[in-house]
Write a protein that binds this ligand. Structure first.
Ligand code: ADP
Length: 184
């Protein structure tokens, strides 16, 4: 199963991805985590994207698509994957679909987590992960970028009839139950 976990920053994608990974025994592919690991290890990719992540804007599609395609070549993804934070633009979604199609695969479901904006900001500010992009100013930028560049991905996949909208307010297990129901 190839599943996209979708939603604005702070919607709980990372938390739910972890639970899905355990439940379905699938690998997790978070582009944000990959970028942060590269920044931490001061790799060439990390040096290239650090200022972009710090600003709250998006890494260019070309860089993201190349990274994900390289990653997906790994056989650990052969039986499926939980995408988290990718695709984040319609360009990325189209590139992903092309890649999967060339390998006889497709995105099976997109689960989107609905959370009111006010709660998103509160959640990010209170999770205290020490991320350099978790300041009120950067959160505002990330939410604007989400609306403008990422939300259109929803309409793109709605046209494919694979979108499941989930109420992302409640406790972690409740939300996970909703996701499981939507996916099965
Ligand atoms: P969040 O969903 O809380 O914003 P992520 O870890 O998914 O956190 O992303 C953090 C940052 O990493 C983004 O603001 C962006 O700069 C970069 N990033 C992650 N995934 C992508 C992607 N698919 N396309 C472009 N930029 C990305």
């Amino acid at each position: 199963m190839n599943l996209i976990l979708f939603g604005p920053p702070g919607a709980g994608k990372g938390t739910q991805a972890e639970k899905l990974v355990n439940h379905f025994d699938l690998p997790h592919l978070s582009t944000g985590n990959i970028f942060r690991a590269n920044i931490k290890n001061e790799t060439p990719l990390g040096k290239k994207v650090k200022s972009i992540l710090d600003s709250g804007k998006l890494v260019p599609d070309e860089t993201v698509v190349e990274l994900v395609a390289d990653e997906l070549d790994n056989e650990k993804y052969d039986n499926g994957v939980i995408f988290d934070g990718f695709p984040r633009t319609v360009g990325q979604a189209k590139a992903l679909d092309q890649y999967l199609e060339a390998n006889g695969k497709k995105v099976d479901t997109l689960v989107t987590l609905d959370v009111p904006e006010e709660e998103l900001v509160n959640r990010i500010l209170s999770r205290g992960q020490g991320r350099t992009d978790d300041t009120p100013e950067k959160i505002k930028t990330r939410l604007q970028v989400y609306k403008k560049e990422t939300e259109p991905v929803l309409n793109y996949y709605k046209e494919h009839g694979i979108v499941e909208e989930i109420d992302g307010v409640g406790n972690v297990d409740e939300i996970f139950d909703r996701i499981k129901k939507a996916v099965s």
